[in-house]
Design a protein around this ligand. Structure first.
Ligand SMILES: [Zn+2]
Length: 314
């Protein structure tokens, strides 16, 4: 297994490396996803841990060298580090020709992961107690409702290591899907992939998340023309009567991109289930502007660190 998650204070890379060792798996601890492709050809790893975008980028790098990711011997991918749209997972899975399993972890807290069923993230309840809380009504929410992930760590008797958390507010939102026994045999409860509250913006009284923008980008017809890399900026003030969402998408080749198809797919997906935003779009008080960028022309390439894909500039 190649681990392309950064080793350091973050819990992900270290936890996965230790766990993999315990089940007798060999680890290639790369940390970054920019490793030379001979690692794949020489060691023939069967799985890679990374993020959706890093693994898409790795696939593009391989294709450019004439290596088909689907024929590389990799038969599963483990992703994490950020919420993503189902559409982006499906596309990643298609490119690599193998299943993609999601994980969720916070630096302070714990790791949750999907099992072979891919129907929610199992919470390791013998290590951590997870509650879902609504900060506005100051109550824990009933089962099946959306709220913030609140964690308390559980240490076994006699254990000394670990971060002690008591009702720690992660500022990520989720829904408890089920506490019933899973078809995989595990009894740990399952949650929906948490979304970062900091990545949610409000327009016309309607919230939307970066993931909603991402879903619009990754509509299946679009991916003949796009790489999947995108960034979006929100401008204007509501008291000025106009809000503008500018979406920049990286094209494989801007000259042969079917722009009207991509725009139509984006708008249809983005406004679905958002009637107030849809009305604002129709009466012109909410506008969506598209920018089709060439390879590596997005602003996020100029910024170091984790890219911010939805920027509120109001
Ligand atoms: Zn399961």
């Amino acid at each position: 297994m190649v681990v392309c998650a950064s080793y350091g204070m973050n819990v992900g890379a270290n936890t996965m490396t230790l766990a993999a060792r315990q089940v007798g798996m060999s680890i290639i601890p790369e940390g970054k996803c920019t490793f030379p492709l001979r690692v794949i050809e020489t060691y023939r790893p069967t799985s890679i841990v990374g993020s959706v975008f890093k693994l898409l980028n790795l696939a593009r790098r391989m294709q450019a060298e004439g290596i088909d990711p689907g024929e590389s011997g990799v038969n599963k991918l483990v992703v994490g580090g950020e919420a993503f749209a189902d559409e982006s997972r499906n596309y990643l899975s298609e490119v690599w020709g193998c299943p993609v399993y999601n994980t969720y972890g916070s630096t302070e807290g714990t790791m949750c992961g999907e099992c072979s069923e891919i129907s929610g993230l199992h919470v390791p309840e013998d290590f951590v107690h997870l509650d879902v809380y609504d900060p506005h009504v100051k109550e824990f929410v009933p089962e099946g409702e959306c709220g913030r992930v609140v964690l308390s760590t559980l240490l076994p008797v006699g254990a000394k290591a670990g971060t002690l958390l008591l009702n720690y507010d992660t500022e990520d939102t989720t829904v408890v899907l089920t506490r019933k026994k899973c078809a995989c045999g595990r009894t740990h409860m399952k949650i929906l992939t948490p979304q970062r509250e900091a990545e949610t913006v409000w327009v016309e009284g309607t919230p939307f998340n970066r993931v909603d923008v991402e879903r619009g980008v990754f509509q299946s017809g679009n991916m003949d023309f796009l790489t999947g890399e995108y960034e979006a900026f929100l401008y204007g003030a509501e008291d000025e009567g106009e809000t503008l969402l500018r979406v920049s998408m990286e094209c494989k080749n801007p000259d042969i991109c079917d722009r009207s198809l991509v725009q139509e797919n984006f708008v249809r997906s983005f406004l679905k289930y958002k009637p107030p935003l849809s009305r604002a779009y129709e009466d012109g008080s909410f506008k969506i502007l598209f920018n089709f960028a060439g390879p590596r022309d997005l602003e996020l390439y100029k910024i170091k660190g984790r890219p911010k894909r939805l920027v509120d500039r109001r």
